[in-house]
Design a protein around this ligand. Structure first.
Ligand SMILES: N[C@@H](CCC(=O)N[C@@H](CS)C(=O)NCC(=O)O)C(=O)O
Length: 311
């Protein structure tokens, strides 16, 4: 059986979400460290151009975006569940909200000048400049607009007061009673805020939220060991992609299986990935591509938040 390989870097919020997902399921995995900025040649040899962090690799199958990574891990090990029975819609919808709205607030708050000075204090100025230029590029051409620090500071108390109120009354230890994907999607932006002393009080001031966050982060990261990016490419090259899902191909815009297309995120990090469309299901799109170094790979994207275009 192929190992779970997570391509990530330590300070990435969404990578922390994925690490916690692996920890919650009690899964063992291999860790490939990637650069936080472009270029990422070994990663894009697998993804075909998708650059966001993290990416999950299982043999020659490459999973982009944590919303799909969660579903793939659920398939790997059904229990404990990210999408508890009867909460499928509410858990996924809350998670999507936290992954966009709460994430945008956290990024804007951590990247305000007072916080940057502390967080990036040890980094050479050229590296800070390169990082800022990379993130400007990341957000170009997508539908996501960046939230100003002023607006993020202004709205933050509303988000936290609502959470505090719900968590004080919740009949259980987690957002909807039992743990779900909603908890992990909300935890990673708060984890990010807590990592910098300037922004940490924005979480610490709320006792019920802090206690809940401690429970979610307490799931840990599971057991993992390091792997080089060259080794990960070799794994892909030597593997055969998994069989396609046993679900009807469903593409209302007329794209057909076998057609050459490009798939891209719509919000940010919109780099197009070209290949042969193999599958379009209710949650997942699969593209076949061939890479000089990665061999034949199947790249998997969530359907929601991604677009298909003719090549
Ligand atoms: N919707 C994506 C968002 C991923 C994301 O925004 N990751 C950030 C890091 S926290 C990123 O890709 N930053 C640019 C990079 O790492 O190159 C997911 O759920 O995986």
């Amino acid at each position: 059986m192929s190992e779970l390989i997570l391509h990530h870097y330590p300070t990435s919020l969404f990578a922390e979400k994925a690490r916690l997902l692996l920890g919650f399921k009690g899964l063992s995995w291999r860790s490939v460290k990637i650069s936080p900025v472009m270029p990422k040649p070994d990663l894009t040899a697998l993804t075909g151009g998708y650059r966001k962090t993290p990416v999950l690799q299982i043999g020659a199958d490459i999973y982009c975006d944590t919303s799909l990574i969660a579903r793939r891990l659920e398939q790997e090990k059904a229990l404990p569940a990210f999408f508890p029975e009867g909460q499928e819609m509410i858990a996924a919808t809350f998670a999507a909200w936290a992954d966009s709205v709460v994430f945008q607030h956290a990024v804007s708050l951590v990247f305000q000048p007072e916080s940057i000075a502390v967080r990036f204090g040890n980094m050479p100025p050229e590296a800070i400049k390169a990082f800022i230029a990379d993130r400007a590029e990341l957000f170009s051409g997508g539908s996501a607009t960046r939230l100003s620090a002023e607006q993020a500071r202004h709205q933050w108390p509303t988000i936290m007061a609502r959470l505090e109120q719900q968590l004080q009354r919740e009949q259980g230890d987690f957002l909807f009673g039992e743990p779900s994907i909603a908890d992990f999607a909300l935890a990673h932006p708060l984890w990010f805020l807590k990592a910098t002393p300037v922004t940490s009080p924005l979480v610490d001031a709320y006792p019920a939220v802090s206690a809940w966050l401690g429970r979610v982060l307490g799931f840990g990261h599971g057991a993992f060991s390091e792997m080089s990016s060259e080794e990960a490419l070799e794994v892909a090259r030597n593997a055969t992609p998994a069989a396609l899902p046993d679900e009807q191909f469903d593409e209302p815009n007329g794209f057909e299986a076998g057609q050459q297309v490009v798939i891209a995120a719509i919000d940010y990090g919109v780099d197009p990935v070209a290949g042969e469309l193999l599958f379009a299901g209710s949650e997942e799109l699969i593209l076949r591509r061939e890479d000089e170094r990665g061999g034949v790979v199947h790249v998997h994207f969530p359907r929601f938040g991604f677009r298909i275009e003719k090549r």
